[in-house]
Design a binder for this molecule. Structure first.
Ligand code: C2O
Ligand code: CU
Ligand code: CU
Length: 458
Protein backbone atom coordinates (compact mmCIF):
# COMPACT_ATOMS: atom_id res chain seq x y z
CA UNK A 1 0.00 0.00 0.00
CA UNK A 2 1.43 3.32 -1.05
CA UNK A 3 1.33 6.03 1.58
CA UNK A 4 1.80 9.73 1.12
CA UNK A 5 5.37 10.63 1.93
CA UNK A 6 5.86 11.97 5.44
CA UNK A 7 6.20 15.71 5.12
CA UNK A 8 6.71 17.85 8.17
CA UNK A 9 4.29 20.63 8.87
CA UNK A 10 7.16 23.02 8.38
CA UNK A 11 7.85 21.85 4.83
CA UNK A 12 4.16 21.83 4.12
CA UNK A 13 3.71 25.38 5.23
CA UNK A 14 6.80 26.74 3.55
CA UNK A 15 8.63 29.87 4.56
CA UNK A 16 5.91 32.39 5.30
CA UNK A 17 4.24 30.15 7.80
CA UNK A 18 1.70 32.69 8.93
CA UNK A 19 -1.01 30.19 8.17
CA UNK A 20 0.18 27.90 10.91
CA UNK A 21 -2.79 26.84 12.94
CA UNK A 22 -2.94 23.54 14.70
CA UNK A 23 -6.31 22.07 13.95
CA UNK A 24 -7.49 19.43 16.34
CA UNK A 25 -7.84 16.05 14.66
CA UNK A 26 -11.36 15.94 16.03
CA UNK A 27 -14.37 14.29 14.47
CA UNK A 28 -16.47 17.22 15.44
CA UNK A 29 -16.23 20.84 16.44
CA UNK A 30 -18.86 22.30 18.71
CA UNK A 31 -19.70 25.90 19.47
CA UNK A 32 -18.99 27.21 22.96
CA UNK A 33 -20.54 30.32 24.45
CA UNK A 34 -22.07 31.23 21.11
CA UNK A 35 -18.91 30.82 19.03
CA UNK A 36 -17.62 28.05 16.83
CA UNK A 37 -14.06 28.80 15.91
CA UNK A 38 -12.07 26.17 14.09
CA UNK A 39 -9.87 25.43 11.13
CA UNK A 40 -10.73 23.43 8.06
CA UNK A 41 -7.70 22.42 6.05
CA UNK A 42 -8.25 20.90 2.64
CA UNK A 43 -5.48 18.53 1.66
CA UNK A 44 -4.67 15.17 0.06
CA UNK A 45 -4.70 12.13 2.32
CA UNK A 46 -4.82 8.40 2.16
CA UNK A 47 -8.08 7.28 3.72
CA UNK A 48 -9.28 3.80 4.52
CA UNK A 49 -12.64 3.01 2.96
CA UNK A 50 -13.66 -0.47 4.06
CA UNK A 51 -11.07 -2.86 2.64
CA UNK A 52 -9.52 -0.20 0.39
CA UNK A 53 -7.19 2.71 0.80
CA UNK A 54 -8.05 5.70 -1.31
CA UNK A 55 -6.14 8.84 -2.19
CA UNK A 56 -8.70 11.54 -1.47
CA UNK A 57 -9.26 15.21 -0.77
CA UNK A 58 -9.93 15.68 2.92
CA UNK A 59 -10.77 18.34 5.48
CA UNK A 60 -8.40 17.97 8.43
CA UNK A 61 -7.38 14.57 7.11
CA UNK A 62 -10.88 13.17 7.47
CA UNK A 63 -13.67 11.88 5.27
CA UNK A 64 -16.32 13.07 5.91
CA UNK A 65 -14.94 16.37 7.20
CA UNK A 66 -15.37 17.23 10.87
CA UNK A 67 -18.97 17.59 11.96
CA UNK A 68 -19.70 21.18 12.93
CA UNK A 69 -22.29 21.51 15.68
CA UNK A 70 -23.92 24.85 16.30
CA UNK A 71 -27.06 26.49 17.65
CA UNK A 72 -29.21 29.35 16.42
CA UNK A 73 -27.62 32.69 17.28
CA UNK A 74 -24.08 31.32 17.16
CA UNK A 75 -21.24 32.97 15.32
CA UNK A 76 -19.17 30.66 13.16
CA UNK A 77 -15.58 31.60 12.34
CA UNK A 78 -13.78 29.12 10.14
CA UNK A 79 -10.25 29.43 9.01
CA UNK A 80 -10.24 27.65 5.66
CA UNK A 81 -6.72 26.64 4.60
CA UNK A 82 -6.32 25.36 1.08
CA UNK A 83 -3.47 22.83 0.78
CA UNK A 84 -4.77 21.44 -2.50
CA UNK A 85 -2.97 22.11 -5.77
CA UNK A 86 -6.09 23.84 -7.06
CA UNK A 87 -8.42 26.64 -5.98
CA UNK A 88 -11.36 25.82 -3.76
CA UNK A 89 -13.89 27.48 -1.44
CA UNK A 90 -16.71 26.69 0.98
CA UNK A 91 -20.49 26.74 0.86
CA UNK A 92 -22.83 26.17 3.80
CA UNK A 93 -25.67 24.28 2.21
CA UNK A 94 -29.14 25.04 3.52
CA UNK A 95 -28.23 27.74 6.02
CA UNK A 96 -30.16 30.98 6.00
CA UNK A 97 -27.15 33.28 6.30
CA UNK A 98 -25.63 36.10 4.28
CA UNK A 99 -24.36 35.04 0.83
CA UNK A 100 -21.93 37.98 0.65
CA UNK A 101 -18.54 39.09 1.97
CA UNK A 102 -16.77 36.30 3.79
CA UNK A 103 -19.99 34.54 4.80
CA UNK A 104 -21.68 31.99 2.48
CA UNK A 105 -20.13 33.54 -0.61
CA UNK A 106 -19.68 30.99 -3.40
CA UNK A 107 -17.99 33.59 -5.59
CA UNK A 108 -14.89 33.58 -3.39
CA UNK A 109 -11.87 31.67 -4.66
CA UNK A 110 -9.20 30.45 -2.31
CA UNK A 111 -5.99 29.74 -4.19
CA UNK A 112 -3.55 26.93 -3.32
CA UNK A 113 -1.64 27.64 -0.11
CA UNK A 114 -3.91 30.51 0.74
CA UNK A 115 -6.34 30.78 3.54
CA UNK A 116 -9.65 32.53 3.98
CA UNK A 117 -11.63 33.24 7.11
CA UNK A 118 -15.32 32.49 6.71
CA UNK A 119 -17.48 34.17 9.29
CA UNK A 120 -21.22 34.46 9.79
CA UNK A 121 -23.84 34.62 12.49
CA UNK A 122 -26.74 32.23 12.40
CA UNK A 123 -30.04 34.06 12.95
CA UNK A 124 -31.54 33.58 16.41
CA UNK A 125 -34.72 32.13 14.93
CA UNK A 126 -32.97 29.75 12.52
CA UNK A 127 -34.62 26.35 12.22
CA UNK A 128 -32.62 23.46 13.62
CA UNK A 129 -31.64 20.79 11.15
CA UNK A 130 -29.04 18.79 9.29
CA UNK A 131 -27.06 21.09 7.04
CA UNK A 132 -23.66 20.59 5.40
CA UNK A 133 -20.66 22.23 3.85
CA UNK A 134 -18.82 21.50 0.62
CA UNK A 135 -16.72 23.29 -2.02
CA UNK A 136 -18.63 25.32 -4.58
CA UNK A 137 -16.18 26.52 -7.16
CA UNK A 138 -17.89 26.52 -10.53
CA UNK A 139 -16.23 23.93 -12.77
CA UNK A 140 -14.64 22.04 -9.86
CA UNK A 141 -17.54 21.25 -7.55
CA UNK A 142 -18.20 17.71 -8.76
CA UNK A 143 -14.54 16.84 -8.85
CA UNK A 144 -13.74 18.15 -5.38
CA UNK A 145 -16.84 16.72 -3.73
CA UNK A 146 -16.35 13.37 -5.47
CA UNK A 147 -12.81 13.26 -4.08
CA UNK A 148 -14.06 13.62 -0.54
CA UNK A 149 -14.73 17.24 0.40
CA UNK A 150 -17.95 17.46 2.39
CA UNK A 151 -18.99 17.53 6.02
CA UNK A 152 -22.08 17.91 8.18
CA UNK A 153 -23.17 21.08 9.91
CA UNK A 154 -25.71 20.14 12.56
CA UNK A 155 -27.80 22.93 13.98
CA UNK A 156 -29.28 21.77 17.26
CA UNK A 157 -32.34 23.38 18.77
CA UNK A 158 -35.73 22.82 20.29
CA UNK A 159 -36.54 19.66 18.40
CA UNK A 160 -33.46 17.97 19.78
CA UNK A 161 -34.73 18.52 23.31
CA UNK A 162 -38.07 16.80 22.75
CA UNK A 163 -37.74 13.87 25.19
CA UNK A 164 -38.67 11.16 22.66
CA UNK A 165 -36.13 12.50 20.15
CA UNK A 166 -33.42 13.11 22.76
CA UNK A 167 -33.82 9.51 23.96
CA UNK A 168 -32.99 8.04 20.55
CA UNK A 169 -29.46 6.94 19.69
CA UNK A 170 -28.20 9.39 17.09
CA UNK A 171 -26.16 8.34 14.07
CA UNK A 172 -24.89 10.40 11.15
CA UNK A 173 -25.26 8.75 7.77
CA UNK A 174 -23.29 10.71 5.21
CA UNK A 175 -23.85 8.74 2.00
CA UNK A 176 -21.03 8.83 -0.55
CA UNK A 177 -19.93 6.86 -3.58
CA UNK A 178 -16.43 6.46 -4.94
CA UNK A 179 -14.92 5.53 -8.30
CA UNK A 180 -11.46 4.18 -7.52
CA UNK A 181 -8.84 2.42 -9.59
CA UNK A 182 -6.74 -0.52 -8.33
CA UNK A 183 -4.23 1.82 -6.76
CA UNK A 184 -6.83 3.69 -4.79
CA UNK A 185 -6.75 6.76 -7.01
CA UNK A 186 -10.02 8.43 -7.88
CA UNK A 187 -10.91 7.82 -11.52
CA UNK A 188 -11.57 10.92 -13.60
CA UNK A 189 -14.85 10.49 -15.48
CA UNK A 190 -15.23 10.69 -19.24
CA UNK A 191 -17.18 13.57 -20.75
CA UNK A 192 -20.17 11.24 -21.17
CA UNK A 193 -19.98 10.24 -17.52
CA UNK A 194 -19.83 13.87 -16.52
CA UNK A 195 -22.87 14.66 -18.62
CA UNK A 196 -24.74 11.83 -16.98
CA UNK A 197 -23.28 12.70 -13.59
CA UNK A 198 -20.34 10.69 -12.23
CA UNK A 199 -21.05 7.71 -10.02
CA UNK A 200 -18.80 5.18 -8.30
CA UNK A 201 -19.45 1.61 -7.32
CA UNK A 202 -18.08 1.77 -3.77
CA UNK A 203 -20.52 3.26 -1.28
CA UNK A 204 -19.62 4.46 2.19
CA UNK A 205 -21.84 5.52 5.07
CA UNK A 206 -19.96 7.99 7.24
CA UNK A 207 -16.41 6.65 7.34
CA UNK A 208 -17.33 2.99 6.85
CA UNK A 209 -18.56 0.43 4.38
CA UNK A 210 -21.70 -1.27 5.70
CA UNK A 211 -21.48 0.03 9.28
CA UNK A 212 -23.38 -1.86 11.99
CA UNK A 213 -25.81 -0.09 14.28
CA UNK A 214 -27.00 -1.74 17.45
CA UNK A 215 -30.62 -1.37 18.39
CA UNK A 216 -32.46 -2.59 21.47
CA UNK A 217 -35.88 -4.13 21.39
CA UNK A 218 -38.04 -1.20 22.42
CA UNK A 219 -35.19 1.20 21.67
CA UNK A 220 -34.97 3.85 18.99
CA UNK A 221 -32.36 5.05 16.52
CA UNK A 222 -32.15 8.47 14.95
CA UNK A 223 -30.51 8.56 11.55
CA UNK A 224 -29.51 11.94 10.18
CA UNK A 225 -29.02 11.09 6.52
CA UNK A 226 -27.24 13.27 3.97
CA UNK A 227 -26.79 12.45 0.32
CA UNK A 228 -23.31 13.93 -0.21
CA UNK A 229 -22.75 12.10 -3.51
CA UNK A 230 -22.16 14.30 -6.53
CA UNK A 231 -24.75 12.47 -8.64
CA UNK A 232 -25.96 9.21 -7.13
CA UNK A 233 -29.52 8.92 -5.85
CA UNK A 234 -30.36 6.71 -2.88
CA UNK A 235 -33.72 5.00 -2.52
CA UNK A 236 -33.65 3.97 1.11
CA UNK A 237 -35.53 1.20 2.83
CA UNK A 238 -34.95 -0.66 6.09
CA UNK A 239 -35.93 -4.31 6.10
CA UNK A 240 -38.90 -4.99 8.35
CA UNK A 241 -39.06 -1.48 9.79
CA UNK A 242 -40.91 1.66 8.77
CA UNK A 243 -38.89 4.88 8.95
CA UNK A 244 -40.42 7.87 10.73
CA UNK A 245 -39.28 11.08 9.15
CA UNK A 246 -39.00 13.95 11.65
CA UNK A 247 -37.15 16.53 9.56
CA UNK A 248 -36.36 17.21 5.91
CA UNK A 249 -33.71 19.51 4.37
CA UNK A 250 -34.61 22.70 6.11
CA UNK A 251 -35.82 21.64 9.52
CA UNK A 252 -38.39 19.72 11.55
CA UNK A 253 -41.73 18.45 10.30
CA UNK A 254 -44.89 19.11 12.34
CA UNK A 255 -45.06 15.43 13.35
CA UNK A 256 -43.36 12.17 12.39
CA UNK A 257 -44.32 10.83 8.96
CA UNK A 258 -44.06 7.08 8.47
CA UNK A 259 -42.47 6.07 5.19
CA UNK A 260 -41.64 2.64 3.85
CA UNK A 261 -38.98 3.97 1.50
CA UNK A 262 -37.39 7.30 0.82
CA UNK A 263 -35.68 8.74 -2.26
CA UNK A 264 -32.81 11.12 -1.54
CA UNK A 265 -31.29 12.97 -4.47
CA UNK A 266 -27.90 14.75 -4.15
CA UNK A 267 -27.88 17.43 -1.47
CA UNK A 268 -31.08 16.25 0.24
CA UNK A 269 -31.26 15.33 3.92
CA UNK A 270 -33.68 13.36 6.04
CA UNK A 271 -33.86 12.90 9.80
CA UNK A 272 -35.39 9.52 10.59
CA UNK A 273 -36.48 7.66 13.71
CA UNK A 274 -36.48 3.86 13.64
CA UNK A 275 -38.17 1.93 16.42
CA UNK A 276 -36.74 -1.33 17.69
CA UNK A 277 -39.93 -3.23 17.20
CA UNK A 278 -38.45 -6.71 16.66
CA UNK A 279 -37.20 -9.24 19.19
CA UNK A 280 -33.88 -10.03 17.58
CA UNK A 281 -32.06 -10.38 14.30
CA UNK A 282 -30.29 -8.21 11.76
CA UNK A 283 -31.99 -5.90 9.30
CA UNK A 284 -30.34 -4.11 6.43
CA UNK A 285 -30.59 -0.51 5.35
CA UNK A 286 -30.97 -0.95 1.61
CA UNK A 287 -30.45 1.18 -1.43
CA UNK A 288 -33.17 0.08 -3.87
CA UNK A 289 -32.68 0.41 -7.63
CA UNK A 290 -33.79 3.72 -9.10
CA UNK A 291 -33.53 5.01 -12.62
CA UNK A 292 -32.73 8.72 -12.73
CA UNK A 293 -32.41 8.70 -16.53
CA UNK A 294 -29.38 9.17 -18.71
CA UNK A 295 -28.04 10.67 -21.91
CA UNK A 296 -29.35 8.06 -24.34
CA UNK A 297 -28.20 4.46 -24.68
CA UNK A 298 -24.47 5.14 -24.48
CA UNK A 299 -24.28 7.42 -21.50
CA UNK A 300 -26.10 5.54 -18.77
CA UNK A 301 -23.89 4.31 -15.97
CA UNK A 302 -24.45 0.65 -15.26
CA UNK A 303 -26.74 1.06 -12.31
CA UNK A 304 -27.46 -1.73 -9.87
CA UNK A 305 -30.63 -3.66 -10.56
CA UNK A 306 -30.60 -5.36 -7.16
CA UNK A 307 -30.87 -3.76 -3.72
CA UNK A 308 -27.48 -2.87 -2.22
CA UNK A 309 -26.68 -3.01 1.49
CA UNK A 310 -25.71 0.36 2.96
CA UNK A 311 -25.70 -0.48 6.67
CA UNK A 312 -26.97 -3.13 9.07
CA UNK A 313 -29.10 -2.86 12.21
CA UNK A 314 -28.39 -5.52 14.78
CA UNK A 315 -30.64 -6.28 17.74
CA UNK A 316 -28.82 -6.34 21.05
CA UNK A 317 -30.68 -6.40 24.36
CA UNK A 318 -33.97 -4.79 25.16
CA UNK A 319 -35.37 -1.75 26.95
CA UNK A 320 -37.52 -2.18 30.02
CA UNK A 321 -39.95 0.41 28.78
CA UNK A 322 -40.24 0.85 25.03
CA UNK A 323 -39.48 4.31 23.67
CA UNK A 324 -42.25 6.14 21.85
CA UNK A 325 -42.34 8.42 18.87
CA UNK A 326 -42.99 12.10 19.58
CA UNK A 327 -46.61 13.13 18.99
CA UNK A 328 -45.72 16.52 17.58
CA UNK A 329 -42.47 18.28 16.82
CA UNK A 330 -43.02 21.84 15.71
CA UNK A 331 -45.46 24.01 13.83
CA UNK A 332 -44.76 24.71 10.18
CA UNK A 333 -46.82 27.62 8.90
CA UNK A 334 -47.61 27.36 5.21
CA UNK A 335 -46.35 30.38 3.29
CA UNK A 336 -49.23 32.66 2.20
CA UNK A 337 -50.00 32.88 -1.53
CA UNK A 338 -47.84 35.11 -3.66
CA UNK A 339 -49.21 38.16 -5.45
CA UNK A 340 -46.31 38.16 -7.91
CA UNK A 341 -46.29 36.35 -11.25
CA UNK A 342 -45.06 32.77 -11.38
CA UNK A 343 -41.38 32.55 -12.27
CA UNK A 344 -40.40 29.78 -14.65
CA UNK A 345 -37.05 28.03 -15.01
CA UNK A 346 -36.55 25.61 -17.87
CA UNK A 347 -33.78 23.05 -17.44
CA UNK A 348 -32.25 21.60 -20.59
CA UNK A 349 -29.40 19.30 -21.52
CA UNK A 350 -27.59 19.61 -24.79
CA UNK A 351 -25.15 17.23 -26.36
CA UNK A 352 -22.61 19.97 -26.72
CA UNK A 353 -21.94 19.40 -23.04
CA UNK A 354 -23.73 22.56 -22.11
CA UNK A 355 -26.40 22.35 -19.47
CA UNK A 356 -28.72 25.27 -19.31
CA UNK A 357 -31.38 27.13 -17.38
CA UNK A 358 -33.74 29.18 -19.54
CA UNK A 359 -31.45 28.60 -22.51
CA UNK A 360 -28.33 29.96 -20.86
CA UNK A 361 -25.32 28.29 -19.28
CA UNK A 362 -23.92 29.77 -16.06
CA UNK A 363 -21.97 33.00 -16.20
CA UNK A 364 -20.91 34.47 -12.87
CA UNK A 365 -20.84 37.98 -14.37
CA UNK A 366 -24.53 37.85 -15.26
CA UNK A 367 -27.47 38.24 -12.89
CA UNK A 368 -30.25 35.95 -14.10
CA UNK A 369 -32.91 36.60 -11.51
CA UNK A 370 -33.61 39.59 -9.30
CA UNK A 371 -36.02 39.36 -6.39
CA UNK A 372 -37.06 41.76 -3.67
CA UNK A 373 -36.50 41.03 0.00
CA UNK A 374 -39.73 40.50 1.87
CA UNK A 375 -41.62 39.13 -1.11
CA UNK A 376 -43.02 35.66 -1.68
CA UNK A 377 -42.81 33.98 -5.07
CA UNK A 378 -43.91 30.75 -6.69
CA UNK A 379 -41.26 29.15 -8.87
CA UNK A 380 -41.93 26.52 -11.50
CA UNK A 381 -39.05 24.32 -12.55
CA UNK A 382 -39.58 22.66 -15.91
CA UNK A 383 -37.34 19.73 -16.70
CA UNK A 384 -37.06 19.31 -20.46
CA UNK A 385 -34.24 16.81 -20.17
CA UNK A 386 -33.96 13.05 -20.17
CA UNK A 387 -32.54 12.95 -16.62
CA UNK A 388 -33.98 13.87 -13.25
CA UNK A 389 -32.60 17.16 -11.94
CA UNK A 390 -32.58 18.04 -8.22
CA UNK A 391 -33.00 21.83 -8.15
CA UNK A 392 -31.35 23.68 -5.27
CA UNK A 393 -31.68 27.29 -4.15
CA UNK A 394 -29.23 28.97 -1.78
CA UNK A 395 -30.01 31.23 1.21
CA UNK A 396 -33.79 30.74 1.44
CA UNK A 397 -35.58 27.43 1.95
CA UNK A 398 -38.92 26.81 0.29
CA UNK A 399 -42.15 24.83 0.52
CA UNK A 400 -42.98 22.48 -2.33
CA UNK A 401 -46.44 22.96 -3.83
CA UNK A 402 -48.72 20.01 -4.49
CA UNK A 403 -50.56 19.72 -7.83
CA UNK A 404 -53.42 21.77 -6.35
CA UNK A 405 -50.97 24.54 -5.46
CA UNK A 406 -50.99 23.90 -1.72
CA UNK A 407 -47.65 24.30 0.07
CA UNK A 408 -46.30 21.32 1.98
CA UNK A 409 -45.70 21.81 5.67
CA UNK A 410 -42.02 21.10 5.27
CA UNK A 411 -38.97 23.20 4.50
CA UNK A 412 -36.76 22.09 1.64
CA UNK A 413 -33.80 23.47 -0.23
CA UNK A 414 -33.60 20.77 -2.90
CA UNK A 415 -36.59 19.84 -5.07
CA UNK A 416 -36.33 16.83 -7.31
CA UNK A 417 -37.81 17.45 -10.76
CA UNK A 418 -38.14 14.14 -12.64
CA UNK A 419 -37.18 13.97 -16.31
CA UNK A 420 -39.79 15.55 -18.55
CA UNK A 421 -41.85 16.89 -15.64
CA UNK A 422 -42.39 20.15 -13.80
CA UNK A 423 -42.69 21.03 -10.12
CA UNK A 424 -43.38 24.20 -8.14
CA UNK A 425 -42.31 25.66 -4.84
CA UNK A 426 -43.12 28.78 -2.82
CA UNK A 427 -40.36 30.83 -1.25
CA UNK A 428 -40.03 33.98 0.84
CA UNK A 429 -36.88 36.01 0.31
CA UNK A 430 -35.86 37.25 3.72
CA UNK A 431 -33.13 39.11 5.56
CA UNK A 432 -30.11 38.89 3.28
CA UNK A 433 -29.20 41.08 0.33
CA UNK A 434 -26.68 40.14 -2.31
CA UNK A 435 -26.02 37.52 -4.90
CA UNK A 436 -26.33 33.77 -4.55
CA UNK A 437 -27.06 30.90 -6.91
CA UNK A 438 -29.56 28.19 -7.78
CA UNK A 439 -28.56 25.06 -9.64
CA UNK A 440 -28.96 21.38 -10.27
CA UNK A 441 -27.33 19.50 -7.40
CA UNK A 442 -26.01 16.81 -9.70
CA UNK A 443 -22.72 18.63 -9.38
CA UNK A 444 -21.47 17.75 -12.84
CA UNK A 445 -24.58 19.44 -14.24
CA UNK A 446 -23.85 22.50 -12.14
CA UNK A 447 -20.25 22.53 -13.40
CA UNK A 448 -21.47 22.13 -16.99
CA UNK A 449 -23.64 25.22 -16.67
CA UNK A 450 -26.97 24.34 -15.06
CA UNK A 451 -26.75 27.19 -12.57
CA UNK A 452 -27.97 30.76 -12.40
CA UNK A 453 -27.27 33.86 -10.33
CA UNK A 454 -29.99 35.32 -8.13
CA UNK A 455 -29.78 38.75 -6.60
CA UNK A 456 -31.73 39.60 -3.47
CA UNK A 457 -32.52 43.32 -3.54
CA UNK A 458 -33.47 45.37 -0.50
CU1 C2O B 1 -24.98 22.01 -1.86
CU2 C2O B 1 -25.07 25.26 -4.23
O1 C2O B 1 -24.99 23.63 -3.09
CU1 CU C 1 -26.40 25.04 -1.26
CU1 CU D 1 -29.05 17.86 -13.24
Amino acid sequence: MERSSPISRRQLLGAGAVLLTSFPPALRAQSENGLLETTLEANNSWIRLGANYAHLFTYNGQVPGPRLEVRAGDTVRLQFVNRLAEASNLHFHGLHISPTGNADNVFLEVQPNESQTYEFTIPKDHRPGTYWYHPHLHGSSARQVSRGLAGLLVLRGEMDEIPEIAAANEHFLVLRDWALDRNGEVVEPSMMQRMTGREGSLITVGDAVNPKFEIQTGGMLRFRVLNASPSRFYRLKIEGHPMHMIASDGGPLPAPVAVDELLLSPGERADLLVQGQRDSGTYRLLNLPYNRGGMGMMGGPSRPTEPETLATMIYEGSMEVALNLPQSITSVEPLPPSDLPLRRFVLSESRGASFQINGRAFDHRRVDTQVKLGTIEDWEIVNQGTMDHPFHLHTNSFQILDPQGQPARAWKDVMLVPAGQKRRFRVRFADFEGKAVYHCHILDHEDLGMMGVIEFLA
